[in-house]
Design a protein around this ligand. Sequence first.
Ligand code: CMC
Length: 432
Amino acid sequence: MSDKTFELVNPETGKKTALPVHEGSMGPGSIGVTGLFKEQGVFTYDPGFAATSSCKSAITFIDGQEGVLMYRGYPIEQLAGKSNFIEVAYLLLYGELPDKSSLAGFDEQIRYHTMINESLLRFFNGFHYDAHPMAMVSSVICSMSAFYHDSTDIRNANHRETFAHRIIAKIPTIAAAAYKHSQGQPFIYPSNDLDYCSNLLRMFFAVPCESYEVNPVAARALDLLFILHADHEQNASTSTVRIAGSSDSNPYAAIAAGVSSLWGPAHGGANEAVLKMLNEIGSTKNIPKFVARAKDKQDPFRLMGFGHRVYKNYDPRATLIREMCHKVLEELGSANEPLLELAMALEEVALEDEYFVKRNLYPNVDFYSGIIYKALGIPTSMFTVMFAIARTVGWVAHWQESLEDPDRRIGRPRQVYIGPTKRDYVELSQRG
Ligand code: CMC
């Protein structure tokens, strides 16, 4: 905490309260209001937590005005250019880049835990063939709470680490099982001699009757997307995981809560919504009509993949994904090029429109990611599942950090009550 304080004066009593400022290593400080109710008898009101820091965190830093994103201090552009998803996962979980042997040990652990209990696999048969994969994935992750009892003592650091390795290793297997179920195809077991993303692609697209070669371009593209989606500080799903975990709940249940929160189209579900929107727009000649709809306050339609609570500048992840889109389409075939051209034309129109300029609405991470997933052969309904696979690393890192936080308390916000004041019960026979 710094020496800086803010003074709050009660307009009725004149009573003054000095509020301390919690300074971070970068970015704005936060006024501490914990003692405010005791001193002044009022709470703070901040719908959507737009101006509230819910915790102290050393994992990810965002400067939304400048369009900066860093994991543990490392700029996202450097990690995207030089690292890989497993190394980034290590960095997010343990705080430092690994040396060679730590990386090899971590990679081995993740490969070791890729299989899921056969009983869990049978759960998928209980789902209708057209169940949304996010419904299957969140349910099966929550069901993991009924297994793996050897490593769910949240106060035991070794248990926490085993849980972290297990969930990161198993989520691609669960995602692939959901995909195979929706296709009516047999499940493909993981192959631990493959790296994380190659293994995932094989579990998705291999069939028992044919040999399957992983396309290294596809594996690298997926790895890059996973790096960019791995963490994003206190977003809705991460905050959900922290709050769910704050009651000492089973860690798998906390992660399942995060998956549920991610699903919504205002959050991770936006990648699926962007593709649906681009298909609906269909052609550049329809862009003005859709932009007009997005600006019309009577119309609930929004430009999906545009806008962000924190970024008031171009999302740095969108810049990297847009670049990657060109390379991936070049190397994997150009069937999806018209979609990319349409997306770029839409971006151009929106970025020159006063409505979007005035509100600082720029493309976010989800605007271009779906075009790459589509080029990799991943169906639209699986896009948010791909996001969930990558973000699991961030959720686990934040869950672990929250457990070790000396300021940790159960998450329990207050409210401004606006319901009826006290009134007496009226007997049914006397109600009019
Ligand atoms: N299209 C049209 N208008 C928009 C959009 C949009 N995509 N986004 C925000 N606005 C307008 C909004 O109507 C409001 O206008 P006004 O000031 O006249 O009332 C203003 O911009 C501020 O918007 P807000 O809803 O108060 O902003 P927020 O911080 O609460 O919401 C958001 C952020 C991401 C939910 C929102 O921008 C949105 O719905 N975007 C589309 C969905 C999307 O792409 N989500 C993915 C976010 S990035 C990945 C992730 O989080 O997982």
